[in-house]
Design a protein around this ligand. Structure first.
Ligand code: ZN
Length: 158
């Protein structure tokens, strides 16, 4: 079942193959392929949804707890995981190192916790500051597309 594998990257189990064959016999091969593709896409979306909610479950129950974690140097929270799920990371244009975008992340976190406008302003700033000072890769100064290392290499080459 190459179609299925090309969408999901896993093979069908025997039961799915059998059902697809029945479907093909009843509805014709083209319809069967459409059916398999739809099913594969649905499963992929399900996998992505599960991965996203697992990633977001790392975030504590309240924004205050999250800020405390971020401001605590001994904290073991891996903010890169929820940052990924919230679309607040990108790869360095040169070496692909993961770069966390503090401003995008703080905005996404504020939305995630459904903060009021008044609470959001303060939280955004504290989250962004905590991330900038936490030592995670946030990109080179003035450069949004490269990590701090590649950015520094470039500046030296001038
Ligand atoms: Zn880099």
């Amino acid at each position: 079942m190459e179609t299925y594998q090309s969408v999901v990257g896993v093979s069908l189990d025997n039961e799915s193959v059998f059902l697809t064959l029945l479907y093909a016999m009843a509805r014709g091969e083209r319809r069967a392929l459409q059916h398999v593709r739809q099913q594969a896409r649905r499963e992929l979306q399900e996998i992505e949804r599960t991965a996203e909610s697992e990633a977001l479950s790392i975030l504590p129950g309240t924004v205050e707890e999250l800020i405390e974690e971020l401001e605590n140097p001994a904290s073991e929270i891996d903010i890169a995981v929820p940052a990924d799920a919230l679309g607040a990371t990108h790869g360095c244009a040169t070496c692909s190192t993961k770069i966390i975008e503090p401003d995008t992340l703080s905005e996404a976190v504020v939305l995630h916790y459904e903060l009021s406008e008044a609470a959001a302003d303060n939280a955004r700033e504290r989250i962004a500051n905590a991330i900038y000072s936490s030592g995670v890769e946030t990109g080179g100064l003035g450069s949004s597309s490269r990590c701090s290392y590649c950015h520094a290499q470039d500046s030296r080459g001038d």
